[in-house]
Design a protein around this ligand. Sequence first.
Ligand code: GCO
Ligand code: MG
Length: 401
Amino acid sequence: MSDRIIAARVVVCSPGRNYVTLIIETASGLTGIGDATLNGRELAVASYLADHVAPLLIGRDPAQIEDIWQYLYRGAYWRRGPVTMTAIAGIDVALWDIKAKAAGMPLYQLLGGASRERMLCYTHADGADIAEALDAVAAKREHGFRAVRVQAGVPGLNRIYGVHGDGAGDSYARPIEGDWDTSAYLRHTPKLFEAARERFGPELHLLHDAHHRLTPNEAAQLGRSLEPYRLFWVEDPVTAEAQEGWRRVRSQTTVPLAVGEVFNSIWDAQLLITERLVDYLRATIVHAGGITHVRRIADLCALYSVRTGFHGANDLSPVTMGAALHFGRWVPNFGIQEYAAHPAQAEEVFGWDWSYAGGHLLSGEAAGHGVTFDEQAAARFPYRRQYLDVNRLTDGTMWDW
Ligand code: GCO
Ligand code: MG
């Protein structure tokens, strides 16, 4: 006999940072939890869900995940975009959670079973200068990390991505403005990785995030200058919109390339995948339509030897990490998972059975995705408006953050 959705509630809370959570309840007593957090635009998604979409779910069979997904995507005239696709993802993950709980299985079993026991992960190390950044890398190595993303301050620039916060923590009244100078960055970054290889030897995986700031030709220069240091990847060297620009980057450098944390659909990635212009796809479950859609992206990637490297900053809630680790446990073309610890207060609101050990992440064995949400605890952490940084060139011109 089929079950029925009887409630779909959105809760926005801020245990150390803002999270949007969707709770779906069924007539048979099952509860599914989904993450619908879009950093800096949380209430837009909350409204999309609560005001427009949640009423459409009531009375539906929660087992019909594919039809509900198609109804919300294909059925909507105004589709795609971060707000829509994050809202759909929240619903999709809650429904997969319910389906796995109904089956009494951890989610990875429903997806097709384990392809691996543990998922390689990378974390962040940064510093105001090269020495400080390398000390931060050393500290991460002490914790067992085998892959570390390294960002260092650039002489002459006051505040840049990844060094002075990830842009989400202190911008309450107005976005904080960073500054940027591409030539200074291109001069400095090879020195950082030369020093890192010298200090840590050949085995540690080193990653770097250029955060969408370069032209394709500048990205090609960066890639070539980093080739001697054998990076695991360079992330987002150019803006996501510069799709054909990736052809130039790819043809000029062999540095492995990663992209996709701002992608919302398979259409954003189609050219990059099918022309083999990138090595790792970072589209995430929460911002690209949930498990149902990211599975399609990963399958397309598999045809072109592109691997997953999912976004895992801490503005994606523990629910997304739980779902991503079940996905990573299954997906044959897994590459690496980003991992940045959540704020301590998040543990008062969310409970999870995934864990970190020795440079890897492990998915749990509880039925569903293994992440719980305590609505009463969430009420102790009310939403607070918060912005991502913005970025200007040193002459004041607005630039990509
Ligand atoms: C990363 C990302 C993040 C994003 C942030 C935006 O590689 O982890 O670039 O730091 O900027 O998640 O909300
Ligand atoms: Mg990034």
